[in-house]
Design a protein around this ligand. Sequence first.
Ligand code: AMP
Ligand code: GLY
Length: 425
Amino acid sequence: MNILVVGGGGREHAIVKKLSESSRVEKLYCTPGNGGISRYAECFDVSATDIDGVVALSKKLAVDMVVVAPDDPLVLGMVDALNAEGFRTFGPDKAAAIIEGSKVFSKDLMKKYNIPTAKYEIFSDSDSAIAYLKSENSYPAVIKADGLALGKGVIIAQNEAEAIEAVKSMIDGKQFGESSSTVVIEEFLTGPEVSVLSFTDGKTVVPMISSMDHKRALDNDEGLNTGGMGTVAPNPYYTEDIAKECMEKIFLPTINAMKSEGRTFKGCLYFGLMVTPKGVKVIEYNCRFGDPETQVVLPLLDTDILDIFEAIYDERLSEIDIAWKNESCACVIMASGGYPQSYEKGKEIKGLDDKGQLDSAFVYHAGTKFEDGKFLTSGGRVLGVTATGADLSTALKNSYAAVEKIDFEKAHYRKDIGKRALAAL
Ligand code: AMP
Ligand code: GLY
């Protein structure tokens, strides 16, 4: 089969790499892709949000399946447009992608179907939001933009002044445009976070190996929120008991709720969970693979991913056995100095071979381009240096050893990825 993957970050590199291991895949394409992906798939310059462009490219290449990986094209309805032209796809349609596209939708869904989540209220005018904050008078308070906001739409306000400022800039200042004209204000929860990606065809849900993200820019969870500075899998807080509780109270109820709402979800449903003293609660849903969770989860998958994608499209996921390696995996993100704020691009990356790789680890490219035989930085998150091992400490040792061999000007990475997970073992 010939497959087109839509997207151009580390997550898409991980999907392309896994597809390249399938015996049934003949040709791999990616748009827009990046420097590292271009060594595994032919890349094009159609943007990941250009629905007409991706449909036209799919026709030109006569592909057998299109995998839509990022949130924006899914929420915009790229899968619907491709299906209408007869293409087989991986990813939810627009009606189902709303589970990530609107926090108001997902919070109301959880309330209606009794799925555990933080207590919340919804506001579209700042005066009532501020009156509510004053009456609750409980801090930290969590303020979330309703729509997509490049992962920046969540503010944890430590006091009333910060909360009022967040509400005003989101609703009145249109900080995230229409995405923040409505906000959710919710109760602050505590406890370790667990990411669980799942495969689902709308009837069956199969959780993948759990993982743990590290969202803050600096060691000891200090600094600004980022897209994710590193991940480990499995997540030691996701015990067998917790997994059982999640399946009964969260995973199955969610896919059944989506079906009941006429929004059958097919693809990868991402559960962002918090293990609170009062049980596991949903922090967020994503309608897609996580980044950089995918980089540590897919290397542990022992089943042909194309078989899974096809079974989901054909709604026969229950017929497939999905197997996992009994190992651990760690991914350390190397970012451009200054990320997640301003940073420079175009720095030469040293230490990689002509495939953008090195021995003993797999280097997922997030923001690179390949020019005149060299890899150059082209984004905030640049590389996800990933290694497996018999246990987590070996996987971490292997990825940090590889990080030491790679260099570009002002490279920044956290030195404590996996520390919290190791402490829990
Ligand atoms: P989200 O984009 O909804 O995943 O939120 C981003 C991050 O904010 C999460 O990964 C959590 O660390 C934090 N967060 C979100 N909601 C809450 C909450 N209700 N209580 C505590 N932390 C939260
Ligand atoms: N790493 C978090 C996300 O993909 O949303």
